[in-house]
Write a protein that binds this ligand. Structure first.
Ligand code: NAD
Length: 567
């Protein structure tokens, strides 16, 4: 900086009460006396000043006063609408408390009640009736430099099914995590709901329903709308705008990913993000089991977006160990609602991605019998069938292997295949357990187990940040394998001793930052990054672009004139 030149300072374009009404500028009672006087706020606030740390404490007191998590969610969203920096300060300084509220499991409940709790729109609603006008709708969004979009059509919200326009809670929540967990600039984020109707009859009958009251559009008009949407995003915000597909129904999720992945900057978190987080947990578990990844045999309960995504990445990771693709596939067994997926299955054919995992074996219907026959070292649940991992099944896993890997990934908590307690008890504390939704620590025979949460939040915020800031145009599978390895590397012996294969959630900001740095490094090494010049120190580079939750000063010291009026 040239000597004598004042540091660049944020100068709001609005004044007075409009500053306080803008969540990007509002600091509540943290405005200094000078700021209050110069910006026309004097008298609009109580005379005391409260710094941000005290504001965080006040928020936490209020937060705990609410008696249930849905009320806490509503309280936090209203804080986000009022004072963005304070909201993110609270989230980043109490991540383990906030994550289950602004994301799963509470966000699921919030989506179910979205009509009731809806206060103020956040993001864009594009409906099937807007065909031909999608670009115009994007132009209604007041921000020009959007770089991160999370979009859903609400068909498969968590494990809760079709919630139509109520699914908007998911893109809103995911983008809050982009900022809270990876330091993405919030103004660059845009949540979008593509409303093509819903097949959820209770929503169609609900007078408070906020979405289109019609059955889901599924034909060529649906595809036309999505194609128009992708083109419109590129036209409005550029071809390096990242679009994260979230909670689309199974068929559309795979189809749209295949269609767009080589032409736009997109990824599907339910398929690819889940895969990375699960594979990270599996790689970390190898430090406990002492096996190679390719020594493992997997049974997947469910053959949908999550399971197929994980299985595909496991195959890729095994290939990286030197195993052939065919050999790797032989170690993966899938189970869907019609039982074990085998070639020429008499009851229910095998289609799509499942076909690749159809094994030469006789059909078996019951999961317990499948585990008995296949003797997997790892069982991964992602079918939203609560209680699917019975005591008998868990005991069989422990009988066959010293440290069976048991991942009960279905969300929300009510859909989990088993609880942490059930898994540790049935296996006498020998299993490597992880779940999709959080479970409290479990006491068993004088030892405390801290179950890890295989939360996608470890992966997608850091990956998204890396993709945008290093200008990666195509988000390949390698990027997810890199992020998985990076996350696994961050699991310490202390974590493993406590029984978890993920770092503590409270460290997630550091974790996301490191994952982003590793992905950026990978991208430059493999000619995938388009931002030049290449930053030398990737970690420093990531830190330099992260959002600062501390308040900015609106008054430069250089204008340190004497103020009139005293408190
Ligand atoms: P999906 O709809 O794509 O797939 C569900 C699969 O379950 C389908 O293959 C279906 O055939 C199968 N299924 C249904 N009933 C079954 C039964 N009785 N027995 C065996 N299989 C059955 O859904 P998805 O995206 O794969 O998500 C599934 C679950 O995983 C959800 O609860 C979701 O919240 C959870 N999930 C967790 C994480 C995580 O923990 N990080 C990430 C993604 C998804």
């Amino acid at each position: 900086m040239a000597e004598g030149k004042p540091a660049r300072i944020a100068v709001p374009k609005v004044r007075g009460v409009d500053i306080m009404r803008d969540p990007n500028l509002n600091k509540g009672m943290a405005f200094s006396l000078k700021e209050r006087q110069v910006l026309g706020l004097h008298g609009l606030l109580p005379p005391a000043m409260l710094d941000q740390q005290h504001q965080v404490e006040r928020v936490m007191v209020n937060f705990h006063r609410w008696e249930n998590d849905l009320d806490r969610y509503i309280y936090l969203i209203s804080l986000q609408d009022r004072n963005e920096k304070l909201f993110y300060k609270v989230v980043t300084s109490h991540i383990d408390i906030m994550l289950p509220i602004i994301y799963t499991p509470t966000v699921g409940l919030a989506c179910q009640k979205y009509g009731l709790i809806f206060r103020k729109p956040r993001g864009l609603f594009i409906t099937i009736n807007d065909l031909g006008y999608v670009y115009d709708i994007l132009c209604n969004w007041p921000v020009d430099n959007v770089k991160y979009i999370v979009v859903t059509d609400g068909e498969r919200i968590l494990g809760l099914g079709d919630l139509g326009a109520y699914g908007m809670g998911i893109p809103v929540g995911k983008l809050a995590l982009y900022t809270g967990l990876a330091g993405v600039t919030p103004s660059q984020c845009l949540p979008i709901m593509i409303d093509v109707g819903t097949d959820n009859q209770s929503l169609l009958d609900d007078p408070l329903y906020i979405g289109l009251k019609q059955k889901r559009e599924r034909g060529p008009r649906y595809d036309k709308l999505l194609d128009e949407f992708m083109k419109a995003v590129t036209k409005r915000y550029g071809d390096n705008t990242l679009v994260q597909f979230e909670d689309f129904g199974n068929a559309n999720a795979f189809r749209l990913l295949e269609k767009y992945r080589d032409h736009y900057c997109v990824f599907n978190d339910d398929i690819q993000g889940t895969a990375a987080v699960a594979v990270a947990g599996i790689i970390a578990s190898l430090k406990i089991t002492g096996k190679k990844l390719s020594d493992n045999v997997f049974v997947f309960q469910g053959a949908g977006e999550a399971s197929i995504g994980i299985a595909l990445l496991v195959v890729m990771a095994m290939q990286a160990e030197g195993v052939s693709r065919e050999e790797a596939i032989k170690k993966i067994w899938m189970v869907d609602s019609k039982g074990l997926i085998v070639k020429n299955r008499p009851r229910g054919g095998v289609t799509g991605h499942k076909e690749m995992f159809a094994q030469d074996h006789k059909p078996i219907d019951k999961l317990e019998d499948i585990v008995e026959a296949i003797k997997p070292t790892a069982i991964i649940g992602a079918a939203a069938v609560p209680g699917a991992f019975t005591e008998k099944l868990l005991k069989t896993m422990a009988k066959n292997h010293k440290h069976p890997i048991i991942f009960a990934l279905s969300n929300p908590t009510s859909k989990a295949e088993c609880t942490a307690e059930q898994a540790y008890k049935a296996t006498e504390g020998q299993c490597v357990f992880a779940s999709g939704s959080p479970f409290s620590p479990v006491q068993l025979k004088g030892k405390t187990y801290h179950p890890g949460q295989g939360n996608n939040a470890y992966i997608f915020p850091g990956v998204a940040l890396a993709v945008v800031v290093s200008d990666i145009r195509i988000v390949s599978e390698d990027i997810f394998l890199t992020s998985a390895k990076s996350l696994a590397k961050l699991v310490t012996q202390n974590d493993l001793d406590k029984g978890r294969v993920y770092p503590p959630l409270s460290d997630i900001l550091t974790v996301s930052t490191q994952i982003a740095a590793d992905v950026v490094e990978f991208a430059y090494r493999n000619n995938m990054a388009h931002r030049f010049p290449e930053p030398k120190d990737k970690l420093e580079f990531i830190k330099s672009v992260q959002y600062d939750t501390n308040y900015e000063s609106f008054i430069p010291h250089i204008y340190d004139w004497p103020v009139s009026g005293k408190l």
